[in-house]
Design a protein around this ligand. Structure first.
Ligand code: IVH
Length: 676
């Protein structure tokens, strides 16, 4: 009887363990959870309770063992069974080509030698030991020969499988990879530390390293850490090993490890170089830090022939990207007033070459940021290139500050029109409230009007439109449509041909899609995306003007704040006058209702997050819009699908919490394919 009871409990525990491990895999590795967080928590709780009653059935791969319960007194040194090598660097294109030539010389038939290019993850190298499919030990790299045993801490990281998937495992293997903290998690962590007056981490790598080397594994468990695996050392002569590096990455993926999806097979060094160039630019869009690319010979028998130097493999090299951060001097702080009236301080810098381009200006965001950094003119500052096009000042080297430096005094008046600046409740920026009269705001509006996101007037750039305004040829964008050849030709350095081209471009812009026109109006809180939603719903400026607040806020994607801002806009007689002028110049202010038949995704709302590897995000958004759906940037209860690429950030968590269906990139493509 007793025996039966135990065996059924043991089975129940095993079943729960398998279920939870399966859901962990779907959630953390595949990004396609099948159950809600609440259901997951229930399974977990049930397993924990049973295990505490029957500890004899706790196994080392139980998910409950991930949260370290014991306090370690320090880390034990561990001698790696297989040495952890470093990588040699290629510092530029020529050095990469030289490495390639040198490497190929070792083979008599050296045509068609495949390469694999990977991102070099800027994290912390670790080694994971698996014995017969079970995770038994995890260590830091240390000096490559001896590292530290951080098993308990590593067990808290969900992308490290405690038990491998599948059924064919080597007796022993060591998986090598990089622990990292996603950039979004790093920002969140630092924000909390700032609020608690704790020392902030300097960068995601330091944060990852500090987090896995915690004596209390509970702290590690609280930190959002992840791991990309990229290499294996096998300790089993009888195990059939993959023949190429690319197959090895596939095996790692099948075993349940997270493998970076950007890895690519390349036929020759030119393809490898294009991979490097592509990611040198695109790296800022990723939610994890990468400091280069790693180029590896794909064929493992060739790798073995090439072997290692005393410190690094001959069959691989690291192509370093230029650094994302550099120090330079702050020459001045300029105060800009944009088209919305928002005041933004801009750092004027001693020009430096950063990540491939010369940087002479950087964002300082707002007054709070200036205060927080205590940044002063003359300081040596660190500038960082991030996903945004404009680099930002991230910190100040106070050790290099001159004794006579004085704190920056923020202006209390608009530098363009002298109107006293205001700060609205709950907003970080100061505003110039002279929305219709401030020359800086009008110039900003004109520049936005001619830009690609609005009326897209080819041939008129920022400086020309500012010149029109300064010469009093135009007072607002509607005046552009009244410009004549004669008025243009009277301008300094304006040739006949250019004047004609400008008139033609202005005329062409009269027929832009309604969404562009709405976007160009500059209604507060109505950007490109919202303008698209409004055009799709209202089909004309007049319908939009006449819509009541309730009607506006009933539209999916339009909240109360936007609705009242639209209403406020159309209540201002100056704006009504402006729209009248546009109409008198024959601008298109209405759009025919599109056929419903071809809109299979009508009524649906998509949000995209994480880095998509086989799709361009803008194209994907256009695709769903074409099929009748909306593409918005934030997840809400109204979202139909969240399409999650690699390393999705907080949008993913929000979608899971709200029960919004999450689609992997593959599933999204299948869905779209079924309609086209
Ligand atoms: S391969 C023998 N691949 O870069 C294999 N390393 O500077 C050598 N790293 O210690 C490593 N991303 O910690 C390899 N995709 C990648 C990598 C990578 C990051 C790290 C690794 C290594 C360091 C060398």
């Amino acid at each position: 009887m007793q025996f039966n009871l135990f065996s059924s409990i043991e089975n129940k525990i095993k079943d729960l363990r398998d279920q939870i491990n399966h859901h962990n895999y779907l959630y953390y590795l595949k990004d396609v959870p099948e159950i809600s967080d609440a259901e997951y928590d229930l399974l977990f709780k049930e397993l924990k309770e049973l295990e505490s009653q029957y500890p004899q059935f706790i196994t080392q791969d139980s998910p409950t063992q991930r949260v370290g319960e014991t306090v370690s007194t320090g880390f034990t040194p561990y001698k790696h069974q297989f040495r952890m090598y470093s990588l040699d660097n290629s510092n530029n294109d020529d050095e990469l080509k030289q490495w390639h030539e040198r490497t190929l010389k070792n083979f008599s038939n050296n045509h068609n030698i495949e390469l694999v290019c990977e991102l070099k993850i800027d994290g912390l190298a670790i080694s994971l030991t698996y014995e017969n499919g079970f995770f038994t030990r995890g260590t830091t790299r240390g000096n490559g020969i001896v590292g530290e045993d951080i098993t308990t801490n590593l067990k808290t990281i969900k992308s490290i499988p405690l038990k491998l998937h599948g059924d064919k495992f080597p007796k022993l293997m060591e998986v090598r990879g990089e622990i990292f903290m996603p950039k979004s998690s790093f920002e969140k962590l630092n924000e909390v530390r700032r609020l608690n007056n704790e020392q902030e981490f300097a960068n995601p790598r330091n944060a990852a390293s500090g987090s896995v080397r915690q004596l209390d594994p509970k702290i590690t468990a609280e930190r959002e850490l992840s791991m990309f695996s990229y290499a294996v050392e096998f300790g089993d002569d009888n195990f059939e090993k993959p023949k190429t590096h690319f197959d090895l990455l596939k095996l790692l993926k099948d075993y349940g490890f997270k493998v970076n999806a950007t890895s690519k097979k390349c036929k020759n060094i030119e393809e490898a170089l294009s991979f490097c160039k592509e990611w040198e630019e695109k790296r800022f869009e990723l939610d994890y830090a990468t400091d280069g690319a790693v180029i590896k010979i794909n064929d493992i028998s060739k790798q073995n022939e090439l072997g290692f130097t005393s410190r690094a493999p001959r069959w691989a090299t690291a192509y370093k990207f230029p650094p994302e951060e550099l120090k330079t001097q702050l020459l001045d702080i300029e105060i800009n007033v944009g088209r919305t009236g928002a005041v933004t301080p801009v750092a004027v810098l001693k020009p430096v070459k950063l990540a491939g381009s010369v940087v002479a200006r950087a964002s300082l965001h707002n007054f709070d940021e200036i205060q927080r950094l205590d940044v002063r003119i003359g300081d040596v500052v660190t500038v960082k290139k991030a996903a945004e096009i404009i680099p930002k000042v991230i910190n100040v080297d106070k050790t290099q500050r001159s004794e006579d430096s004085i704190p920056f005094i923020y202006p209390d008046k608009c530098p363009a029109c002298q109107t006293p600046l205001e700060k609205r409740e709950g907003e970080v920026n100061h505003y110039c409230p002279n929305f219709t009269g401030c020359p800086s705001q009008i110039k900003g509006w004109l520049q936005y009007w001619v830009s690609k996101d609005a009326l897209d007037i080819d041939g008129i750039g920022e400086s020309l439109v500012a010149q029109f305004f300064d010469c009093e040829l135009i007072k607002d964008p509607s005046d552009l449509y009244g410009l004549t050849f004669e008025s243009l030709i009277s301008l300094d350095r304006m040739a006949e041909k250019s004047a004609n081209n400008i008139i033609n471009s202005i005329n062409e812009s009269k027929n832009r899609p309604l969404a562009r026109l709405i976007n160009g109006l500059g209604i507060r809180f109505v950007g490109k995306e919202t303008a698209g939603i409004l055009a799709q719903h209202f089909h004309s400026i007049d319908n939009l003007k006449n819509a009541q607040i309730e009607e506006l806020s009933a539209v999916d994607g339009i909240g109360d704040k936007i609705a009242s801002s639209i209403k406020e806009y159309f209540e201002n007689p100056k704006n009504i006058e402006f729209i009248k002028k546009l109409k008198s110049h024959n601008l298109k202010t209405e759009e025919a209702i599109e056929e419903q038949g071809e809109k299979p995704l009508a009524g649906m709302t998509f949000v995209f997050t994480g880095s998509l590897t086989s799709l361009d995000r803008t194209k994907a958004q256009e695709m769903v819009k074409k099929l009748g759906a909306k593409a918005t940037s934030s997840v809400s209860k109204k979202t139909t699908y969240l399409v999650a690429g690699d390393d999705p950030g907080s949008k993913y968590d929000k979608a899971v919490t709200l029960g919004v269906e999450v689609l992997s990139e593959e599933k999204f493509k299948n869905l779209i394919r079924s309609f086209i």
